[in-house]
Design a binder for this molecule. Structure first.
Ligand SMILES: C[S@@+](CC[C@H](N)C(=O)[O-])C[C@H]1O[C@@H](n2cnc3c(N)ncnc32)[C@H](O)[C@@H]1O
Length: 340
């Protein structure tokens, strides 16, 4: 096993003895909380105010996201899963990776497709899930340890948008970032993020990226305005996470879920719109906010891509696109890239 970075505040070291094949680093400390508070304060003071997407994912947010992936309107997960089933052996063979490192791993439902292919190739040794939610990450790690009896798991709970320092070393790595999550990053954040990945993977290592493709406004808006109202619950839950994090008093009932496709920016925008005038206090931010009816908070962008757009971004970050896979309806894309 690799050594941990000395600067990390490991909150639950005792649990590393759960299995000799499992360790988890919770990279949370007073300084990361200060940084997150400052970031949240800056975002809420901006015009329009916004909330970083990582605040969606407390235990309930992760559960709601899993429910979203099962919705009939939400084609993304099942389409990406089918694509992965078709290409996993090819990806495993091309990458020759012994380690699968997953960013924003969440429930890791589709990850098994790749773990299976890497097992079949006889190379798989270690899985490194990195996510902000410790609850879902621990649950999934326990499941995977049982399903893959020889697999080592080194989980890291951290913000994937902060520099990815002190990653475990010693393996030939395949980095994956699935679910179209890259679409949640604006242009600057996306560039910084891809540059950061370039720093943590070695020349010749591979990167597999799932992107949701540009398509009709009707299809996209249906996917983010499901008839069962789960996406609305997921969106509103972010206020509870912010309340818990910053001792705030947002009232969920005072806001409503809005999702629209911004065609000019080829992105879905999720907002929370005030149903009536709202006053909100966030004690830990020393911040009071007021909203008139109709004032809105931007909670998520989900940018949609085509092959050329994503290839340009990868190229800029020092990756060469090796393969581009898409489904018959061109709904979703999988880009396999190699560090130049
Ligand atoms: C859209 S979900 C995708 C989950 C899974 N990869 C999939 O494809 O279904 C995004 C995942 O990334 C995690 N996440 C979001 N922002 C994050 C951040 N800044 N740092 C670490 N994890 C983050 C969430 O907890 C969640 O598990």
């Amino acid at each position: 096993m690799t050594e941990k970075h000395p600067a990390l505040d490991l909150l639950k070291p005792a649990e590393e003895s759960e299995s000799p094949r499992f360790q988890i680093e919770v990279r949370s400390s007073a300084s990361t909380r200060e940084r997150d508070l400052e970031e949240l304060g800056n975002c809420l003071r901006a015009s329009p105010p916004w909330i970083p997407a990582k605040f969606f994912y407390d235990a309930r947010g992760s559960e709601l996201f899993e429910a979203i992936t099962e919705l009939p309107e939400y084609y993304q997960t099942r389409t990406e899963e089918l694509l992965l089933l078709g290409v996993a052996d090819q990806v495993a063979a091309r990458s020759e990776a012994t380690e699968l490192l997953e960013l924003g791993s969440g429930a890791a439902r589709k990850t098994r497709t790749l773990l299976d292919a890497m097992s079949r190739s006889g190379l798989l040794q270690r899985y490194v899930p990195i996510d902000v939610d410790p609850v879902v990450t621990r649950r999934v790690a326990a499941e995977l340890l049982a399903e893959y009896p020889a697999l080592e798991i080194h989980a890291i709970i951290t913000d994937i948008l902060a520099p990815l320092v002190a990653l475990p070393q010693g393996h030939h790595r395949l980095v994956i970032f699935l679910g179209g999550t890259i679409g949640n990053l604006n242009d600057d954040a996306c560039e910084r993020f891809l540059d950061g990945i370039g720093e943590v993977i070695n020349t010749g290592d591979h990167f597999l990226l799932g992107v949701d493709r540009i398509k009709s406004k009707a299809r996209l808006e249906a996917a983010y305005n499901d008839s069962a109202g789960i996406t609305a619950d997921f969106n509103l839950n972010i206020l509870e996470v912010v309340n818990a994090f910053a001792h705030g008093d947002f009232d969920q009932n005072g806001f409503e879920h809005v999702s629209i496709y911004n065609e000019a920016k080829h992105r879905i925008e999720m907002w929370l719109r005030a149903r009536s005038p709202q006053r909100v206090a966030l004690a830990d931010l020393d911040l009071e906010l007021s909203f008139e009816t109709g004032d809105s908070i931007l909670t998520e962008i989900s940018t949609k891509y085509d092959k050329g757009l994503i290839q340009a971004k990868l190229d800029h970050a020092g990756f060469e696109l090796e393969d581009w896979h898409t489904d018959e309806e061109s709904l979703f894309g999988l880009a396999l890239a190699r560090r130049r």
